[in-house]
Every structure is written in structure tokens, then in C-alpha cells.
Design a protein around this ligand. Structure first.
Ligand code: C2E
Ligand code: CA
Ligand code: CA
Ligand code: CA
Length: 273
């Protein structure tokens, strides 16, 4: 029995070593990727659904890996968060997104808002607001054309989040709550925060098709958002039926494969009005 205990112990330490080696490898990979400019942004347009007009784009990062090809953020964002690399990566994403939006404006396209995802880890950095200000200054982008997407859980965990949101608000950038409905923030608290928009999570949009009678949930979330004074957008729209349901219930803006997948800049701009 003693021996088996020892074997188990060895088994686990080996596994742990493997795991941390693997993480170290990815971490080094991410670090090198940043140095070697292997990250790129794709852009998913956001539509006014009735008219098909593009009202904004969300910037989504991808890793152009030399061997593996295009790697999805699902595979590296949480690791980048764990290792802290999300801070320099997030800086690159934000700057690149602002640069691209400014480039589009300079080429004569109708100005629109670019939405950028921000991790808790970035918000916890005490220089966050200063960094956003710097980037806006460097890229010469009007703050009204930048929206930061943060998740609901961030509101919950961050005591200082109120002051942070106020500072961002004063800076003139918008703030959206991403994946709305999946967190547990109190409505009272949300109402007090300078939030501009909520993004209804894909899981609720999926339900519209899969449980036709449960569309009531989505309707409730839309109404709740409006009653709190927020603008509302839905994500992950894949079918005409979902778009129709959302429009019928006053959610007029939407994003999803039904309209367009995230695309490289040169492809997405072909869709611009
Ligand atoms: P998210 O912010 O909720 O972004 C929406 C994700 O859903 C994107 O996946 C998008 O490509 C995908 N999507 C959009 N429409 C549809 C649809 O109709 N059907 C389906 N099945 N999927 C759809 P993506 O690009 O793989 O990003 C995954 C997540 O990675 C994002 O979720 C976001 O949390 C994170 N992420 C992406 N880029 C960044 C970034 O620059 N910074 C940070 N911190 N996180 C990022
Ligand atoms: Ca998002
Ligand atoms: Ca989302
Ligand atoms: Ca989501």
C-alpha cells in the first residue's frame, strides 16, 4: 500500500510537471508571438438588423501561429490572463483596434464605434485609464468611437470598479457589459454604474430557436436592459428566426454568423456602407 501511495504521488507530480511544462511552452510561445507580431485582429460587424446597416465592429484577437495556423482566442486568452501576458497583449489589441478604426475614418468610411474586449486583469492594473487615454492620444481617435466590453463578473469582484467606470465615462469612451445575463450582478448596482450598453449572451439567443417557449427569458432581459437605461445588442445570432424574434422585442442591434463572421480588416471593410 505504501508503494502504491508512492507511485500515485509520482504519477501526480509527473502529471503536474507535464502540465506546467506545457504551460511554460505556451507562455513562451505567447511572449514570442508578441515580439514577432504574430497576433492579428479580426472584426465582426454589428448590424442595425432592420436596415442591414453596420453600426459598429467588435475586434477579436487571433494568433497567426507559424505551424498551427490561426489559433482562436479561446485557446490562449485564459492562459494569457493567468500569466499576466494579457496586459501587454491587451495593450497591443487596444492600440491596433484604435489605429484601424482611425484608418477607416481617414479612408472616408462613416465613423463607427469599435468594441474591444478587456479582461479583469487589465482593469486591475492601476494605470488602465491612463493607458486608454495614451492610446487615444497616440492614435488620434475620438473617444466616442471606442467601446470597452467588460464582463458582468468584473462588476461583482471589483470594489473599485465604480470609480474606474466613472473615469472611463469622463474620458468619453463607452462601456458595454459583455455576456449579459450570465453573471449575477444586482440590478440596483448596475443601475448606478455609468454603463452604456449590454450585450445579451449567445446562450440566451440560442434558446430562442431551441425552446420557442423560453423566448420569454430573452424578452425579459431586453426589457430589463432598456428599463435600466442601457442600449441593447444581442450576440451569436445564427438564424433569421432569432433575428426576427429579437427585433420584434425591441432589440434592434445584433451580431452573429447569420450576418457575418469576424473578418480581417480588408474583408470587413467591403461590407461597410
Ligand atoms: P466574446 O467576447 O463573447 O466574443 C464572441 C465570440 O463568439 C467570438 O469568438 C466570435 O467569433 C463568436 N461568435 C460571434 N458570432 C457567433 C455566432 O453566430 N455563432 C457562434 N457560434 N459564435 C459566434 P472568438 O473570436 O473565438 O472569441 C472568443 C472569446 O475570446 C471572446 O468571447 C472573448 O471573451 C475572448 N477574446 C477575443 N478577443 C479578445 C481580446 O482581444 N481581448 C480579450 N481580453 N479577450 C478576447
Ligand atoms: Ca465580446
Ligand atoms: Ca460576448
Ligand atoms: Ca459570449
Amino acid at each position: 500500500a505504501k508503494d502504491r501511495g508512492k507511485n500515485n504521488y509520482q504519477f501526480y507530480t509527473n502529471k503536474l510537471q507535464e502540465l506546467s511544462l506545457w504551460k511554460l511552452e505556451i507562455e513562451n510561445g505567447l511572449r514570442k508571438a508578441l515580439e514577432n507580431h504574430q497576433f492579428e485582429l479580426h472584426f465582426q460587424p454589428q448590424f442595425e438588423m432592420e436596415t442591414g446597416m453596420i453600426v459598429g465592429v467588435e475586434a477579436l484577437v487571433r494568433w497567426q501561429h507559424p505551424d498551427k495556423g490561426l489559433v482562436s482566442p479561446a485557446e490562449f486568452i485564459s492562459l494569457a490572463e493567468e500569466t499576466g501576458l494579457i496586459v501587454p497583449l491587451g495593450y497591443w489589441v487596444l492600440k491596433e483596434a484604435c489605429l484601424q478604426n482611425k484608418r477607416w475614418q481617414n479612408s472616408g468610411y462613416n465613423p463607427m464605434v469599435i468594441s474591444v474586449n478587456v479582461s479583469v486583469r487589465q482593469l486591475q492594473n492601476e494605470n488602465f485609464v491612463e493607458m486608454v487615454k495614451d492610446i487615444l492620444c497616440q492614435t488620434n481617435l475620438d473617444p466616442c468611437y471606442l467601446e470597452l466590453e467588460i464582463t458582468e463578473s468584473m462588476m461583482l469582484t471589483q470594489e473599485s470598479s465604480t470609480s474606474l467606470l466613472k473615469q472611463l465615462n469622463e474620458l468619453g469612451v463607452s462601456v458595454a457589459i459583455d455576456d449579459f445575463g450570465t453573471g449575477y450582478s444586482s440590478l440596483c448596482r448596475l443601475k448606478q454604474l455609468p454603463i452604456d450598453r449590454i450585450k445579451i449572451d449567445k446562450s440566451f439567443v440560442d434558446d430562442i430557436d431551441h425552446h420557442p417557449n423560453q423566448g420569454a427569458m430573452v424578452k425579459t432581459i431586453i426589457d430589463m436592459g432598456h428599463n435600466l437605461g442601457f442600449r441593447v445588442i444581442a450576440e451569436g445570432i445564427e438564424t433569421q428566426a432569432q433575428a426576427d424574434f429579437l427585433m420584434k422585442h425591441e432589440c434592434l442591434h445584433g451580431q452573429g454568423y447569420y450576418f457575418s463572421k469576424p473578418l480581417p480588416a480588408v474583408q470587413v471593410e467591403k461590407l461597410f456602407n
